[in-house]
Write a protein that binds this ligand. Sequence first.
Ligand SMILES: NC(=O)c1ccc[n+]([C@@H]2O[C@H](COP(=O)([O-])OP(=O)(O)OC[C@H]3O[C@@H](n4cnc5c(N)ncnc54)[C@H](OP(=O)(O)O)[C@@H]3O)[C@@H](O)[C@H]2O)c1
Length: 263
Amino acid sequence: MDLGLAGKTALVTAASKGIGYAVAERFVAEGSRVAISSRPGPTLKAAAERLRAQAPDRVHELPADLTEDGAGTALVAEAIETLGSLDILVSNTPGPRISPVLDLSDEDWETGYRTLLRPAVQLSRAAARHMAERGDGSIVFLTSTWVRQPSAGGGLSAAFRSAISSLSKQCAVELAADGVRVNQVLPGATATDRMRDIATAKAARNGTTVEQEIAEVVSAIPIGRWAEPEEIADAVAFLASPRSAFTTGHALSLDGGAVRATL
Ligand SMILES: NC(=O)c1ccc[n+]([C@@H]2O[C@H](COP(=O)([O-])OP(=O)(O)OC[C@H]3O[C@@H](n4cnc5c(N)ncnc54)[C@H](OP(=O)(O)O)[C@@H]3O)[C@@H](O)[C@H]2O)c1
C-alpha cells in the first residue's frame, strides 16, 4: 500500500534511538523529508548520519532538550523553518522515572510534567497552529498502554500520558474542521534500550536476572514477545498518512494482546 507520504514533511521528537528512530526511518523510507530531534550530542548526530545514508537530502537533525522551558514551541518553529512547512508531527517524549507512587516526591511529579506533558502540549499547539493555517496536517502522539492498564511503578507515565490521551482527543475534535487530524499510538513492551534498562534495574532490585525479568513481562503478552520498534513505526506511519484520512481521535494500542480491556 502506498501511504502517500512521499514529499511530506515530518518532525519526530525523541528520535535518536528506539521507537522515535524507527518512526523517522519509516518516514525516510516512504520518501518524506524528516527532522529528527533529541538532546544535543553524539547519539543524535549518529542517528542523523544513519538516516542520511539512506536519503542524503531529506534528513535534518534539530537538537533540543524537551524538558527545558519553551523547548517544544521553539523546536516546531525551527522545524518549519528548516523544512519549509510541517505536514506531520510525531510527538514522542523521553520516558519518566519508574517508581511506586508512594516514593514519588513533589519534585518527581514536577519533573514528570516537564518530561511528558509539557513538551506534548507545546509541540502539538505550535504544530497545530501552523497546520490549521494551511488547512492540512496530521499529529500522532506516542503514549503507552499503561494509560489503559496500569503497571507497578508506572504512575508518572500513566498519569501524564492519560492527560496526553485526553489532549489528543480534545485536539481531534477542535481541529477537524481545520483539516488537522490527531491520533495516538500506545506502544506496549517494545524492544528498545529503555525496556532493557528497566529490566536491568528490576533484576538488580529483585535479585533476579535480566532474562527472568524479561520473561515475566513476556508471560503477560498473549503473542509471547516484545514488539519491535519498527512495528510501532508502521502504525504511526499509517495514522500520519493520507491513507487514514477519515481517522481522527483514535487511540491504537500495539500490545500483543496484553491489555485486557474490551474497548
Ligand atoms: N519501549 C517500550 O516498551 C515503551 C512502551 C511504551 C511507551 N514507551 C515510551 O516511548 C518513549 C520512547 O521510548 P523508547 O523505548 O524508544 O526509549 P529509548 O530507546 O530510550 O529512546 C528515548 C529517546 O528519548 C530521547 N531523549 C531522552 N531525553 C530527552 C530529552 N530531555 N529531550 C529530548 N529527547 C530526549 C533520547 O535521545 P537522547 O538520549 O539522544 O536525548 C532517545 O532518542 C518513552 O517515553 C517511553 O516511556 C516505551
